[in-house]
Design a protein around this ligand. Structure first.
Ligand SMILES: NC(=O)c1ccc[n+]([C@@H]2O[C@H](COP(=O)([O-])OP(=O)(O)OC[C@H]3O[C@@H](n4cnc5c(N)ncnc54)[C@H](O)[C@@H]3O)[C@@H](O)[C@H]2O)c1
Length: 353
């Protein structure tokens, strides 16, 4: 029997590489699409070739395709050739802050690249599940309108309506998104539309902070990965606003890959889920400094800037009740503490190699 084919875009990145390894281990043939655009977006520190090489040498059945998802003809051709049994789309310009300097690259990659893949999927094999990595930035800065309480090391919601976090029903317009958030809204709505209008089994996963040892963390993207790297290298970290008490929920890439497997096995059209670590795996920047320092034995060197990032969330954690109700048995399994251990260990290993 031939292996089912999975097409993963952004396969050299954090989520793409985790998904590739996850499905390879379960007998799929994985076709990865990546052109190392992360190094173009963020410079040499964002280079993902090491991760591409790791997949090529460690996976059982992996084919790399050096393709830009903005290349419409190339995407249509590749998807028609492979006719994948499922598509997991993780390639993106992923940075909130970077987008303002490269608006055309950002929109062409995030919005138009997603449309290229959706249309290619519809033409080649519309019954195949299509999972898109969206983001919590589709909510713009509207979560900042929720009354907050200031605690010793973090902000939290003062309104009990949000005791479980931000639900998928939260509004996505009439707020500041950053150009990145706006290009991701375009993609998110288009993915839903291919589900509702054409009946494709599509899914948008609106991620909180997605993390893990395979991230090529840089200042503008990959919060925990970059923070740990700074700590280990004794590099000064800049905290932008909110007293360093801004809260993020963090989920390990392996838990995201495990969910994607569950969705592909039992897809629904036009599904939308928030996916993150939830409140249990949330931390503020100040708390993250402590967690890093307690592992490495090195104090965090940081400076504080009053200038908060444009459209940044003050407090965000995902309400996981919809995703857990629709896919019983799935929950984030890797704790924030374990994730920290793995990130520290991975940077130490990469620094030695
Ligand atoms: N990491 C997070 O905290 C986070 C949070 C919310 C949502 N997301 C979303 O999850 C997805 C994956 O994020 P990640 O952290 O794995 O990002 P990443 O940057 O680690 O991986 C993305 C990969 O896509 C590739 N890529 C970018 N543009 C491309 C193009 N035009 N053609 C081909 N390949 C291209 C890059 O080279 C990179 O290897 C993105 O859609 C991102 O917006 C990430």
């Amino acid at each position: 029997m031939t292996s089912p084919a999975l097409l993963v875009t952004g396969s050299s990145g954090l989520i793409g590489s985790e998904v590739a390894a996850h499905f390879d281990a379960r007998g799929w043939h994985v076709h990865g699409v990546d052109n190392n655009q992360r190094a173009v977006f963020f410079g040499p520190a964002g280079d993902t070739r090491w991760n591409q090489a790791r997949l090529a040498s460690s996976l059982r059945s992996f084919t790399h395709h050096e393709l830009d998802i903005r290349d419409r003809e190339g995407v249509l051709r590749l998807v028609a050739e492979i006719r994948p049994a499922a598509i997991v789309h993780t390639a993106a310009q992923p940075s909130h802050d970077r987008a303002a300097a490269i608006p055309f690259d950002d929109f062409d990659t995030n919005a138009v690249g997603t449309l290229n893949l959706l249309e290619a999927a519809r033409r080649a094999r519309p019954e195949s599940p299509f999972v898109h990595m969206s983001t919590n930035k589709v909510y713009g800065d509207a979560p900042n309108e929720i009354p907050l309480v200031e605690l010793a090391t973090r902000w939290d919601y003062a309104d009990v309506t949000f005791a479980h976090g931000i639900p998928e029903s939260f509004r996505i317009d009439a707020s500041k998104h950053s150009l990145f958030g706006a290009s991701k809204v375009a993609a998110d709505v288009m993915v839903q539309e291919y589900g509702r209008y054409f009946g494709l089994p599509t899914c948008c996963l609106r991620g909180g902070c997605l993390t893990g040892p395979a991230h090529s963390g840089v200042e503008l993207h990959g919060f925990l990965s970059y923070l740990v790297k700074c700590n280990l290298e004794g590099r000064r970290y800049t905290v932008f606003g909110y007293q360093g008490k801004q809260v993020r929920d963090n989920i390990h890439a392996a838990d995201v890959a495990a969910f994607i497997e569950r969705f592909i096995a039992a897809p629904r059209p036009a599904a939308v889920y928030n996916i993150g670590g939830g409140k249990a795996n949330s931390c503020s920047i100040l708390e993250a400094f402590e967690m890093a320092a307690s592992r490495t034995g090195k104090p965090m060197d940081f400076v504080y800037s009053d200038q908060a990032r444009e459209g940044d969330h003050i407090c965000y954690y995902s309400d996981l009740r919809r995703i857990e109700a629709d896919y019983p048995g799935w929950s984030p399994e890797i704790t924030l503490a374990e994730t920290f251990d793995q990130i520290v260990e991975a940077w130490e290993r990469r620094q030695l190699s």
